[in-house]
Design a protein around this ligand. Structure first.
Ligand code: PLP
Length: 357
């Protein structure tokens, strides 16, 4: 195991109350940082007080967006135990994203150690009110000062932590989404399967257009035919038509969500008919017309599941399950949350305890 130097803050911040927590606005006292230099590899793993970086204005991440990140959560159970949800899967995915962006991969054990050690140091920041969590944001950025276009020779890996409030403060709230055939999030052969900064910058404009039209999020269609469902906002999409639950396959342009994988696993165990296949917007609109469209939801770490109550496409607008959260959507939410907070048996070994030292 690599040695991790720990420098503790001399000015600990006042922690906000669990009731006041939102998403991504407050950060804990410390951060984990590690450097990479070509020829030397990843080195100097350390935990230090949370503080701004000094970056050269020519740092390649600022010009060409060579950056990847991931996002996962730790939850405090009723018994006080803190559990990470599927951290290995997230560490693996960070490395998959690194590979796509020509960033040198990290030792997966080192990533996991960074999760555990930093939470141990800032354990008091893990909120305990039901629905709250500690959000982890591991990130890698290219830090070499060089304006040529090629992979950087220097990188910084950092991990920051943010206590977050319940996604659904007033019960699960179905969202209105707009399928767009004008803007795309990703194309086959592109970077859609990597959690890389530029994907999100590229999605902002289409999302703003949808918001101006009164929708919460964009339902992204595929980048070639503008026809098949890809993702919704920054979540994976699932739709129940008749007795079949359909989600697009991992074909390179969608992100392999950990929540997606967890939910597919549960549904298959429950004996549901689950297909990973292409599903067109026309098939969804037809199903709405003939009454076979049952439920639709997005999946992701932030919300777990996000029910879709309304779908707009061109000049059509459909209501799904009367605009209300469906029974399956709710059941999936309850099952995942039960495991995350240690309320139900974790038969798959998805959670990892964080033991405060
Ligand atoms: C992070 C993300 C998801 C959801 O992944 P989870 O691992 O379930 O949080 C889905 N789509 C996109 C585009 C994402 O960035």
């Amino acid at each position: 195991m690599t040695n991790i130097t720990i420098t503790r803050t001399t000015k600990p911040a006042t922690r906000p109350s669990d009731d006041s927590l939102a998403f991504g606005t407050v950060f804990t006292d410390h951060m984990f940082v590690m450097d990479y230099v070509e020829g030397k590899g990843w080195h100097d793993a350390r935990i230090e007080p949370y503080q701004p970086f000094t970056l050269d204005p020519a740092a390649s991440v600022l010009h060409y967006a060579q950056a990847v990140f991931d996002g996962l959560k730790a939850f405090r159970g009723k018994d006080g135990t803190v559990r990470l949800f599927r951290p290995k899967k997230h560490a693996e995915r960070l490395n998959i994203s690194c590979e796509r962006l020509c960033i040198p991969q990290l030792d997966p054990e080192m990533i996991l150690q960074s999760f555990h050690k930093l939470i141990e140091v800032d354990e008091a920041w893990v909120p305990s009110k039901p629905g709250t969590a500690l959000y982890l944001r591991p990130t890698v950025i290219a830090s070499e000062a060089f304006l040529g276009v090629r992979p950087s020779k220097r990188y910084i890996y950092f991990l920051i932590l943010s206590p977050v409030g319940p996604y659904y403060a007033e019960g699960m709230n179905p969202v209105k989404i707009l399928a767009t055939d004008q803007y795309v999030r990703a194309v086959p052969g592109g970077t859609g399967a990597a959690k890389t900064a530029a994907n999100y910058a590229a999605s902002l404009y289409g999302a703003e257009v949808a918001k101006k039209a009164g929708y919460t999020q964009v339902l992204w269609l595929d980048g070639v035919h503008h026809k098949y469902l890809d993702e919704v906002g920054t979540m994976n999409i699932m739709v129940q038509i008749g007795d079949e639950v359909v989600t697009p396959p991992l074909n390179g342009s969608i992100l392999a969500g950990v929540t997606r994988d967890s939910i597919l696993t549960l549904m298959r165990e429950w004996g549901l008919r689950v297909s990973e296949r292409q599903v067109s917007i026309d098939e969804v609109m037809e199903a709405a017309k003939d009454g076979t469209l049952k439920e639709m939801w997005g999946t992701g770490t932030a919300a777990v599941v996000s029910p879709v109550g309304e779908l707009g496409y061109r000049d059509q607008k459909i209501l799904i399950n009367g605009g209300k959260t469906g029974a399956l959507t709710q059941k999936l939410y309850d099952a995942i949350v039960g495991i995350q907070y240690g309320l139900t048996n974790d038969a798959h070994g998805w959670t990892e305890r964080v033991v405060a030292k």
